[in-house]
Ligand binder design. Structure first.
Ligand code: C2E
Ligand code: CA
Ligand code: CA
Length: 536
């Protein structure tokens, strides 16, 4: 690990110690402490905001911009070595602020020096104990596991944000077999260098398994996460290292291990997409033909009121009626995406779904239609035009429609898409965050997108019967959604027990095989005329 990492964590720890001290001795609310150095690369701002001490990895000057004074003081180690500078913003008189900054700077210098000494010792012992991987220069799996544990504790204790980044090298095993170990080793070595350079000593990185590298990023926001992912991708491409990347934010409920599992899943999906992409080009031609002929159609799965069994909405799910039977989305969505046809699919399913909805509404007048939307697609028209046009064509109000936006897509939404989503929401169309709990969405996402609700991923629904600990996560999500006025729909309810537990946790809506399978329009009429839940 580079020296920078030690300085960084030393400063973090020292800053926390100073802040602990300050929290007792002074009103800290108008303070921002930061450490800069001539390269500006090891900066950290610590703000006591609403009594919560939060380190940031960037200088955030506007934080203290309203304070009457800005005082800069060098921070030095007791031996006089320059460590950076501290900026204080005080609301007291200039003299008091200055005196405080001086005291803090010397305190910080002394504490940081002690931390650096400790860190150096740790590094040496890590080398001794085999915690550094000689090939990549990153920590070993053992080091990674230790670090995960301690960072998890840190995040929990300080309410700190974190994210994990996992890189899995492609085909490492195969190139090892066919070209000898040296090619695979060289790819690993390059990937290690890339990761160290991109992280710039700010974050911990390790070789987690033979062909996987990981980084733990503490205190990053969504934007920084996006930047890190982008630069890592670019740098890997430039170094001609082919790899799949998964970046996932830590959620308090599932911790760093949950984030790791989600990153692995993203990587697995990336590989799956690549596998089908190379599978068969003729398939794409057949698919385009199917779209044209209307052989790709909507199936419908009811979304029910869990307490009464009343069907309140139908989710339209794409099915391909091919010569060899009905095909499910995982058999054709990746190819449609590759071919840039997801926009056309959206239009097709929306149109087909709304047409059927008109008929269903003769039986259930308030029934809604939910349609899955992937933003990275280019609808023939803009999203808002497509939606307005199709609603008008079927003479339906915007309130009859809900769009489901997968949580995985909400990370770094392009501005034009965001504008369109807002415009659609403004019209009165509902917007649901799909697969909630599996991707990047943080509280921040929920407040920055015009979403009216979340669909709790099937994985969480399955957990409610497992035990108290697992249920806590679901309970927290339901409570969180309720608190922010969001609708919650639980997906993948398969048993009555799951349904009962969810109801008890305050979840009102759900869908799943317990109630009905996704099915074609004709067989839905009977479903709609009788409630789907027997007893409550
Ligand atoms: P999704 O939006 O999360 O849809 C729910 C999926 O869960 C559906 O899979 C549904 O059949 C399945 N499901 C429903 N109840 C249960 C249950 O009780 N247990 C289990 N194990 N599964 C259940 P499906 O139809 O295979 O769709 C898979 C995914 O494909 C969807 O996930 C959605 O992301 C995507 N998709 C489907 N139709 C469209 C579409 O028209 N456009 C786009 N962009 N994506 C679509
Ligand atoms: Ca969905
Ligand atoms: Ca879902």
């Amino acid at each position: 690990m580079s020296h920078g990492t030690h300085l960084e964590s030393a400063f973090t720890r020292a800053a926390h110690a100073v802040l602990d001290h300050l929290a007792i001795t002074s009103g800290l609310s108008t303070w921002a402490l930061c450490r800069t150095d001539p390269t500006g690369s090891h900066t950290l701002v610590v703000v006591d905001h609403h009594q919560i001490v939060r380190p940031h990895t960037t200088i955030d000057e506007p934080l203290g911009a309203d304070a009457p004074h800005r005082i800069v003081e060098p921070i030095t180690f007791p031996n006089g070595q320059y460590f950076g500078e501290m900026v204080g913003y005080g609301s007291h008189s200039r003299e008091v602020t200055h005196a405080q900054v001086q005291v803090l700077a010397s305190l910080l210098g002394a504490l940081a020096a002690a931390e650096v000494a400790l860190a150096t010792e740790r590094r040496e012992s890590q080398l001794r104990d085999g915690l550094l991987d000689p090939l990549t220069g990153l920590a070993t799996r053992q080091g990674w596991e230790q670090r995960i544990r301690s960072d998890e504790q840190f995040c929990r204790e300080f309410g700190e944000t974190a994210a994990v980044l996992v890189i899995e090298l492609d085909e490492l095993k195969r190139s090892n077999e066919t070209q000898g170990h040296s090619v695979g080793d060289e790819q690993l070595r390059l990937a290690g260098t890339v990761l160290r350079e991109v992280l710039g000593g700010h974050h911990f990185a390790a070789r987690i398994t033979g062909d996987r590298l990981g980084a733990l990023m503490i205190g990053v926001n969504d934007h920084e996460m996006g930047e890190l992912e982008r630069t890592t991708r670019q740098a890997l491409a430039a170094a001609e290292v082919s790899a799949a990347i998964g970046v996932v934010r830590r959620r308090p409920e599932t911790g760093l291990s949950g984030a790791m599992a989600a990153a692995d899943e993203i990587i697995e999906q990336t590989h799956a997409v690549e596998r089908v992409a190379v599978a068969d080009a003729g398939h794409v031609a057949a698919l385009m033909d199917a779209m044209d002929r209307g052989a790709i159609r909507a199936y419908f799965q009811p979304i029910v009121d869990l307490r009464t069994g009343e069907v309140v909405a139908l989710e339209a799910l794409a099915r391909w009626q091919s010569a060899d039977g009905v095909r499910e989305p995982d058999q054709f969505l990746p190819q449609l995406q590759q071919a840039g046809l997801l926009g056309a699919l959206f239009d097709r399913i929306l149109d087909d779904g709304l047409e059927k909805l008109v008929e269903f509404r003769r039986v259930s007048p308030n029934l809604q239609l939910a349609v899955n939307f992937e933003f990275d697609t280019k609808p023939v028209n803009s999203l808002i035009d497509t939606v307005r046009d199709r609603l008008a064509r079927h003479n339906l109000p915007p309130s009859a429609l809900s769009l489901e936006l997968s949580e995985r897509q909400t990370f770094e939404l392009p501005v034009d898409v965001l504008h369109e989503l807002f415009a659609v929401a403004e019209m009165g169309v509902q917007l649901m965050l799909d697969d909630f709990g599996t991707g990047f969405a943080s509280l921040e996402t929920l407040t920055t997108l015009p979403v009216t609700g979340v669909k709790l991923d099937r994985r969480f629904t399955g957990q409610v019967v497992h035990g108290e600990r697992e249920s806590i996560v679901v309970k927290a999500m339901i409570a969180l959604a309720a608190e922010t006025g969001l609708t919650v729909i639980a997906e993948g309810i398969e048993t009555q027990l799951q349904c009962d537990r969810l109801v008890r946790m305050g979840c009102r809506l759900g869908q799943g095989y317990l109630f009905a399978l996704p099915q074609p329009a004709d067989s839905l009429a009977t479903v709609l005329s009788a409630p789907l839940v027997s007893t409550f």
